[in-house]
Design a protein around this ligand. Sequence first.
Ligand code: ADP
Ligand code: MG
Length: 682
Amino acid sequence: MVDLKQSVQYVKGVGPAKAKLLHHIGIDTLDDLITYFPRTYEDRSKPKMIATLVDGEESLIEVMATSNVSEVRIGKNRSILKLVVRDESAPCVITWFNQSYLKGRFKVGQRYKFYGKAQVKYGKVEMVNPVFDVEESSKNTGKIIPIYPLTYNLKQSAIRNAIENGLKIVNGNLEETMPEYLLKEYHLEELNTAIKQIHFPNSFEEYDKARKRLVFEELLSMQLALSCLKNKYDNENDGIAYSKEVKMSDVINNLPFRLTKAQLKVLEEIDNDMEMQKPMNRLLQGDVGSGKTIVSIIASYKAVKCGYQVAIMAPTAILAEQHLQEFTKVLEPFGIKCELLLGGTRPKKRQEILENLKNGTINVLIGTHALLVEDVVFQNLGFVVTDEQHRFGVRQRSIITQKGNCPDVLVMTATPIPRTLALILYGDLDISIIDELPPNRKKIETYAVTKSMEERINNFIKKNVDEGRQAYIVCPLVEENEEIEAESVTNLQEKYKNDIFKNYRVSYLYGKMKQKEKDEIMHEFKEGNIDILISTTVIEVGVNVPNATIMVIENAEHFGLAQLHQLRGRVGRGENQSYCILKYEGKSPEIRSRMKIMCDTNDGFIIAEKDLELRGSGEFFGTRQHGIPEFKIANLFEDMETLKSVQSVALKIESADPKLEKPENKILRKLIDEKFTKRIEI
Ligand code: ADP
Ligand code: MG
C-alpha cells in the first residue's frame, strides 16, 4: 500500500523549496502530485528531415555535428553559441543564447538529437535554444513529453521529474478505485497504468486509453456523489407536508395575465413537491423573461398560507428590490407581509425587521447575501428561493436552509443549460423547465454592426428615445484588464453624454460604485427619469424595465454568447418592439459566426449549446461558482459522449443500489466519500 497522503516534500528531487512552489499550484501530497495532469503534450518522438522543417514548428531532428561550437561574447555575461549540424537532407545551425556552459558538450562527427522551434528563412534552417540528447539517449527527446499547466517559477522539467519520482514511490501499487465489472464492460484501463500513461504515454493511443479511464472515473464519481446527496434529502422524512387545502389557484385566478402552459406545469411539479413530506430541492430553469418570478410568488403564497415563512435570495440589491415590488403587488392583497433586507439596510430598520421576523409578523423576507448573517432568525422558515443561483452555490444554499427546519428549496436560474449538463451540475436537484415565453412577446430584433454604422445607430437611438423609450448601452468594464482594448464606461459616458446625446438624460452605472448610488440610478431609470443608461454588465441579471427597448452592446466580441443573451434579455419586456445592437470589431470568421448566432436566434438553450461548443465548459460555467469542484481532467464539452454513457451507468447503479452497499459497489462508495462528498457539502 502506498501512503498517498505523504508530503510531496519527501519525493526525490523536491525538497522544501520546491515543495513551496508546488503548494502554489495545489500540490501538497503525493496524491496531488500524481493527479496533477498534463495540459498538453509535445510529440518529440518522430524525427523529421531538416529540409522538410516548417518555420515556427517545434520539431525533432536527428543529426551529426559538422563543426565545433563557436562562441561570440557580447558584453560581460552574454554570449551566443553556434553549432552546425546536418542530416542527409540539409544543414542546420543550432544557436544558444547565454548558455556558455554547453560549449564543451559537442564534438564533430558525433550524433545528436535536437528538439526545438525551427526557423526557416531564405532556405536556411536554424534552431534556437533547443533541448537535446547525445547519441541514443532519450532524456529530453525521442518520446512524448507532458506539458503541465501553470507552473509558476517551476520549470517543466522540475515538475516532470517530481512526477516521475512520485510514480516510482507508487510503483504500480495504487489501489483500484473502480469496480472490476465497470472496467470490463467499458474497456477501461486499470488505475496504475492509466496514471502512469497519462503522464508518460509511449504513444497517443496509450494516452487516449488513459484519459478515457480517468475522465470516466471523474464524471462517474461526480454524478454518483450528487445523486447520493439527493437520496439523502429523499430519505429525510422530516420535511414539511404543505396542506392540500391551500390552493395556488387562488392567486393564479387573480393575476392580470394568464400563465403559460409551461408555467402551469412547473407549478404543478412544485405543488406536488410541497405537499410531500420530504423536502423539495428543485431547480427551475427558464430563459430570461419566461416568468420564473411569478412562479416563485405563487409557491410562496402557498407556503405562507400554510403557516410558514419564506426567504427569497437575490444576487444584487437591485434585483431584490424589484422582487419586493413584484411580490408585494401580488401577495399584499392576500394579507401577506413582504419585507426587504439588504447589506445597506439602516441599523434601526434592520433591528425592526429582525424582530418582526422572529415574531412572525413578516411572512416573506427578500434580500441579498444579507439574509445569510447569523442574527437573521426566522420564526418558522418553510420555503427558500434562491434566484439566479449561479451566483450563489451550494454552500450559501445550505446556510439559508439551515435557518429553517428542512424547508422546501427552489433554485431559479436564467442560464439555460443543456439537459445532460444540468444533470451533472445540478444532479442533486430535481429539474423543472419553463420552455415557453409568455404570449405576444415580440422577438427582439438583433443586429450586428461595425464602426461604419455608428452614426445610423446613434440616430436610431435618438429616434426611439424621442418616442418615449429608453436605452441601455453596455460596455465591458476593463479597468482591471488592460489586455482588452475596450472603451471604459467613463470614456463612453463622456463621448455620449457631452457630445452625441448631449440633449438627453444620460447616466452611468458600474460595479465599483457604492451600492446606494447604484440603486438610486437604477431607480431613476425605472421611473423613466433617465433616457440612456450606460453600464457595465452589472445590469446583466434580471433587471426589469419594460419601457427600455434598446440594448446596445459595445465590443460585443468580448462577451460570451450566454452573457450576450442575458444582456439582451433586459429589453423586450414590454409592449414595444425591442432591438439589440451588437457593435463589434474584428473580421475573424469566429467572431462573425458568434454574431450571426445571436442575430439568428432568441432561444437561450440553443445559444447555451453553441456557447459551450465555442468556449468549452470551463469558461462557460465557471464551475467553481456553482459550488461544484472543478474537474481535474474531464471537459464537459469534449467529453460529452463519455458523460452520456456515465449518466446511463449512474442511473443503472442508482436504481439497483442507491446507497452503494452491494459488495461490487463498495469501492465506489469509498471513492465518492473520499473525493467528492466532502467537497460538495463543504
Ligand atoms: P424571468 O424568468 O426572466 O425572471 P420575469 O419573472 O421577470 O422573468 O418575468 C418577466 C415579465 O413577464 C414580468 O413583468 C412578469 O410579470 C411577466 N409575466 C410573467 N408571466 C407572464 C405571463 N404568463 N403572461 C404575461 N406576462 C407574464
Ligand atoms: Mg428573474
